[in-house]
Design a binder for this molecule. Structure first.
Ligand SMILES: [Zn+2]
Length: 134
């Protein structure tokens, strides 16, 4: 009886360690610094723009969409990309997502009402695209 109780404790410890380890792995996957981050911008599920955001030290911005499809102003600076300015969606979740890119935040910016999505991928992906194109 006593022995099986100890076994249970060992089992729980092993499970806890595995759980903690997977959390650490998850943390590093989602917070890993991406070299030469590239932003892929999708509108209505269609890839409309690929920006090598680490190439821009100075801020630049541009708008995506029309008053009918919804307008998002996208800004880029120092390897980071974010939504702001004259973005016309109601809830502004996309604006509140903040900066993503070389600061290690790689969660996608999603604007549901305007059907806009900005995803960060590593720079090597753009080279793969180049290789395919050649
Ligand atoms: Zn939005």
């Amino acid at each position: 009886m006593k022995l099986s109780g100890k076994k249970n404790i060992v089992c729980y410890c092993i499970i806890a360690v595995i759980f903690a380890a997977s959390l650490v792995v998850w943390y590093f996957i989602y917070n890993a610094e991406i070299e030469n981050p590239v932003a892929k911008i999708y509108k209505n599920g269609v890839l409309i723009e690929i920006i090598n955001i680490s190439d821009y030290d100075l801020r630049f911005s541009f708008t995506v969409g029309t008053p009918e499809t919804g307008i998002n102003e996208i800004k880029v600076k120092n390897g980071e990309i974010w939504v702001g300015g004259i973005t016309d969606c109601l809830v502004q979740t996309c604006v509140k997502t903040g900066h993503i890119g070389s600061n290690g935040r790689t969660i996608p910016i999603i604007c549901v009402p305007n059907r806009l999505e900005i995803r960060i991928v590593g720079g090597e992906n753009i080279h793969e695209l180049d290789a395919v194109a050649r």
